[in-house]
Ligand binder design. Structure first.
Ligand code: ATP
Length: 232
């Protein structure tokens, strides 16, 4: 579904991503883990067209994303839940969800009903200003907003950031559920243990390069991964 080949990305004169290749197949959850500053967010931003690449190729469902206008990428049914959520704090829950939709009228109402069915906590708070939601609720809203576009794939950047352990569990179980409904997921996470436990496969990034890839279950047992990323 997503195939990145030999991607290089720079900030000014400094190259942050040095020839990364990775693949996500239809129906998978794939994690991208690695230390702070390894380049994980940059990869997601480049896929979404928010950051320009120097070279390489990103194919999504056959379309070449590096040659697609950023505003058109969402129409390809590829959604992005950015780090820090980026919800609109002065708008209500309902209005935030509307911002994620690319339809109106009946379809929008049906999509919103789907989101509210999955997130009853958002339904109860649909008239509440998003800025007054708890951190976990804001994260749910960010995921709900992505779902409004009926994506085939979601790029998720650090969904567990700043959440209590209980909410982290809840968010990961939501990600799993979303995936079970047929949505493919590329997940960037600091919480490597949780990420690997819900993923099919994973890639480890270090300073702009992929240094390891494989089956997520096997990575959980790998001594190098345990030592560097699982604190074991
Ligand atoms: P984290 O887990 O801390 O978010 P990350 O793996 O997502 O880290 P990136 O945010 O992609 O890493 O950063 C990769 C590298 O690019 C880092 O060295 C970072 O300092 C640099 N970088 C990121 N954004 C910018 C920017 N806007 N301008 C200059 N350099 C940047």
């Amino acid at each position: 579904m997503l195939k990145i080949t030999n991607l290089a990305v720079s900030y000014g004169a400094i190259e942050a991503i040095h020839g990364v290749s990775l693949e996500v197949h239809d129906g998978e959850i794939v994690s991208l883990i690695g230390a702070n500053g390894a380049g994980k967010t940059t990869i997601l931003r480049t896929i979404s067209g928010l950051k320009k690449a120097d070279k390489g190729e990103i194919l999504f469902d056959g379309a070449d994303l590096l040659k697609t206008e950023p505003s058109k990428i969402i129409n390809l049914k590829l959604a992005h839940v950015p780090e820090g959520r980026h919800i609109f704090p002065q708008m209500t829950v309902e209005e935030n969800l509307e911002m994620g939709a690319f339809t109106d009228g009946k379809d929008m109402a049906a999509n919103m009903a789907d989101v509210f069915e999955r997130f009853s906590r958002l339904k109860e708070r649909k008239k509440q200003l998003a800025g007054t939601l708890s951190g976990g609720e804001q994260q749910m809203l960010a995921v709900g907003r992505a779902l409004m576009a009926k994506p085939k794939m979601i790029l998720m950047d650090e969904p567990s950031m700043g959440l209590s352990p209980l909410l982290v569990k809840e968010i990961f179980s939501i990600i799993r559920e979303v995936n079970k409904k047929g949505i493919t997921i590329l997940l960037v996470e600091q919480n490597a243990k949780m990420a690997l436990s819900i993923s099919n496969r994973a890639y480890v990034m270090e300073t702009g390069k992929i240094t390891m890839e494989g089956n997520a279950g096997e990575m959980l047992k790998d001594d190098r991964v345990k030592k560097a990323y699982l604190g074991q």
